[in-house]
Write a protein that binds this ligand. Structure first.
Ligand code: 13P
Length: 253
């Protein structure tokens, strides 16, 4: 972490938690959360729960969506628009998670359109990139990450770019218990920052937050967050348990 960049701990609940479980979780963590100025704490829930969680959103806890459509409205059955999210009080949205890319046909191009749409509606985008195991083993990590990052930032001006949060999530580390080593995570998050510097210069690359995601737990979070280029974590499994999630947030403080 770097003291000029506020750390972010974002929980991605994926398709988990009923309304009752979600509320219980929020009631448990809220009194214990550090100030938003110390750690930006975000929970990204299923769309059905967003409205109910936003009502419990406090100064120290923000609520996010896990995806959205790039259009403002229209005939897109089942989708949620940035206008609907913003109007419901949602402030963050995960864009281009590898599960969305793998199972729901999201491409570099749609990821870019969605980041642009989030920015337009003043929603903070947590835009994801990450390589498969095969890509890592054939030394293609940097090519893949560069392609994804350049594409997601396409046509985004510098002052908007620094508000985007980029999450580096190696696909082979998601839900597998195989975290990238702190060296690997730092190397690739540093590479993402270099790509941003090439695109926008140092004023933006020094400011943009880059998170690591993939089997982050209370046991490994401190060493990951100790790395210069890692400004926080995007967490799946360990964000489902209130005690574990609080430990992650406290480690970032
Ligand atoms: P895990 O923390 O369960 O590996 O999931 C990571 C992730 O996909 C967060 O978006």
């Amino acid at each position: 972490m770097n003291k000029n960049r506020r750390p972010v701990i974002a929980g991605n609940w994926k398709m988990n938690k009923t309304r009752d479980e979600a509320l219980q979780f929020i009631y448990t963590i809220t009194p214990e959360l550090p100030k938003n100025t110390d750690v930006e704490t975000v929970i990204c829930s299923s769309p059905v729960l967003l409205r109910c969680l936003v009502k419990r959103q406090g100064e120290n806890l923000r609520i996010g969506a896990q995806t959205m459509h790039q259009s403002e409205s229209g005939a897109f059955t089942g989708e949620v628009s940035p206008v609907i999210l913003k109007n419901s009080g949602v402030e963050y949205v995960i864009i281009g998670h590898s599960e969305r890319r793998a199972y729901f046909n999201e491409t570099d191009e749609t990821v870019n359109q969605k980041v642009l749409a989030a920015l337009k509606h003043d929603i903070i985008a947590i835009a994801c990139c990450g390589e498969t195991l095969e890509e890592r083993e054939s030394n293609k990590t940097e090519d893949v990450i560069k392609r994804q990052v350049v594409a997601m930032m396409n046509t985004i001006p510098a002052d908007a770019a620094k508000e985007v949060i980029i999450a580096y999530e190696p696909i082979w580390a998601i839900g597998t218990g195989k975290t990238a080593t702190k060296e690997m995570a730092e190397e690739t998050c540093g590479f993402v920052r270099n790509v941003i510097e090439q695109l926008y210069g140092k004023a933006v690359s020094d400011k943009i937050r880059i998170l690591y995601g993939g089997s982050v737990t209370p046991a490994n979070v401190s060493e990951l967050l100790a790395q210069t280029n890692i400004d926080g974590a995007l967490v799946g499994g360990a964000s489902l348990d209130s005690e574990n999630f609080l430990k992650l947030v406290k480690a970032a403080k």
